[in-house]
Structure formats: C-alpha cells, structure tokens
Design a protein around this ligand. Sequence first.
Ligand code: PSV
Ligand code: MN
Length: 394
Amino acid sequence: MDQAYKRLEKSLPKGVDLAQAREKLLEQEIETPSWGYADSGTRFQVFHQPGAARTVFEKLDDAAKVHEMTGITPGVALHIPWDKVDDYQKVMDYAEELNLTIGAINPNLFQEPEYKLGSLCHPDRAVRKKAVDHVLECIEIMNITGSKALSLWLADGTNYPGQDDFRARKKRLEETLAEVYKALGDDQRMLIEYKFFEPAFYHTDIADWGMATLLAMKLGPKAQTLVDLGHHPLGANIEQIVAYLIDEGKLGGFHFNSKKYADDDLTTGSVNPYELFLIYNELVAGAEDLQEDLNVAYMIDQSHNVKPKVAAMIQSVEEIQTAYAKALLVDRASLRKAQREGDIIGAERVLKEAYDRDVTALLVSVREEMGVPVNPLEAYRQSGYQSKIARERG
Ligand code: PSV
Ligand code: MN
C-alpha cells in the first residue's frame, strides 16, 4: 500500500473500514448503453461526431475501450431495433471476444407510426398485440444473449385532457404487462421505468415511482422499478425514493445521467454530484442494514450530443465510482448517534465530511488491483483511440 492510502486510512473516523470499502469497489459494475456511443441529438438537430459508432459491433468496440480503461463496465445494454441484427449469436460471440457481456435489453415502443396513441396501453387491441410481440421478441434476444434484465420504458400517454380514459389505459397496461411477465425465465427480471412527461405532455401511463412499483407489485417478484435520474420533476427527493424502494425490495435498476431542467440526459454527476452521493449513501446504508447485496442493475442512460462519446462515458463512470467510494466511507455510527440525539448539524456534517473527502488514494489502489490506468479519463485522452476511430470510421 502506498503512503497516500495509508494517510487516508489514518484520517478516517473510528469504525470506517477502508479495506472493506476497497472490496466493495472491486465488485462494482456499471452497464454502459450501446446508444451512448452512436450519433444522437435533440429534436432540433443531430450533430455528427467523427468516429461515432454506426453498428452494434462498433458500439461494442467502444464499450470495450471504456471497460479497458475503467475495469468496471463489462455489461452493455442494447436497444431493439436500434441494435437489431439477424444473428444475435454473432453479437454475443463478439462481446465475449471483447470480454464484455450483454446487459439489459430495451424494447423500443416509441418509434413506430402505430404507436401514436400508445403501445402497451393503446386503445386498439391490434396495436397492443404488436407491442407485446415486440417485447416477447426482446425476451427471445435475452435468452440468446444471456441478458437478465428487460428494461421497459413506455412513451405511452396522452397530450390533451379527455383524449383517453386513464383507468381503461391502466387496465390495458396491466393486461399486456402480465402477458409479457409470463414469458420471463426464472432468472430474468422486468425493470419498469417511469417518467412524468415527454413525449406525452398531458399524462404518461407510468408517471412516477409509485405507479411503476404498484404495477411491479401486482406482477410479482420478477418485476421491479427502475429509477432514471432524469425522470423526476425538479425538486423530487430521489434519494428518498431509492430508500423506499430498497425497503420494499423493489429497487431493480438505475439509469444514471444528470439534469438541470428535465430529462436532459447530461453526463452523470455533471450538474448535481452531491445528489448522486446522497443516492449512493442510501444504497450503501440499505445494503448494510439488510446485510445483503441489493441486486440492482446499474446502468448509464445518457446521450452525448456535444461531448466526445467514449470520453464522456469514462467521465461518467468515474463520477459514479467516486460517489460510491465516498458513500462507503460515511461514518455511519456517528450519523446514527446524531440522528438519535436530534443533532441536525452533526448529522449533516457527517455526510458533508464524507462528500468532501478526497478518495483518490482509494480509487488508485482499486484501479491498480484491477490493472487499469489509475487515471482512466486521462489515459483515454492520451490513448489516440478517438483519432483512430475518427480515421477508421470516416
Ligand atoms: C426515455 O427517456 C429513456 O430514459 C428510456 O430509458 C429509453 O429507453 C431511453 O431513454 C432511450 O435513450
Ligand atoms: Mn432511461
């Protein structure tokens, strides 16, 4: 162990275990999304980036580079049909060659003309069937690729008061979801993602964590809720939502990103790193209290419209890893004591102390053990990969 690590260890409050934090960090995994490597934009413009991945295989190449630099991103989430191919075995084999695995499969229920009035909630039975068939196709892809998570997000909703019947839509959704749920294998799960607006602007059919969780509870143990950090109204206390879901055993997954206004899809930790830390604080406390692995699927879901994509992904992974490292070093005994005694300032100070702590020595030690660069973003920027893909991919 080097000097800096020892200094950090010495500076920690009694009872905060650096070696244990190190072990946890060595186990951390975060999935990256295939679509984060491809050209993307807003509804106003897509700016082409030189070297942006064009095929699922190029996306996997980029994901492999992120994993090579960080050591904690072996899984890649796919979006179907954005990543549709004739032979998924080939995708699987290529991923294996790159030391990657296929992560969550995301059905796309928002880009077909038939889905104007919804997909799984559509008033017309034939459109609902088309949507169900697509999700079943995605479960088939999970079976081939070994994916364990079906990540379900619906654009369903209405734009105007009176446009459709809320309760009828809810019933249709319960029916179609139940059909899909039946097709899941024992070790597969359905992650239900919520979002309070966009593209529907009057109501969305799964608007918040309560609705998603109610659906998940009715469906059964293989259905859980997925929290996308960009999908809450301003001011929503996401860390509380996370704590609630942990307590109910219904926290299934995360989509990490960052927002200033709404679903901005900015890179994780860019606007609100303290919120990210507070979320991790709940995750760490929840796992410690329950004394079990929470089995949460951690994924990134953001679009890099103006930042270079691979570098932006590495930057995000570092933000998440840092937030986790800081949360692992919270002095929980002092926090509980302050809470018991009604010492509000003391309790907040415990959290602030952990948030302000420099965890570089811990991260360096973890990265050395994993055999990855101690400064992944810098190493990537020096690696020449960006100019190589720009040259090769045109
Ligand atoms: C919707 O805004 C969303 O967060 C869902 O997860 C989609 O699958 C993803 O974005 C597409 O980028
Ligand atoms: Mn999402």
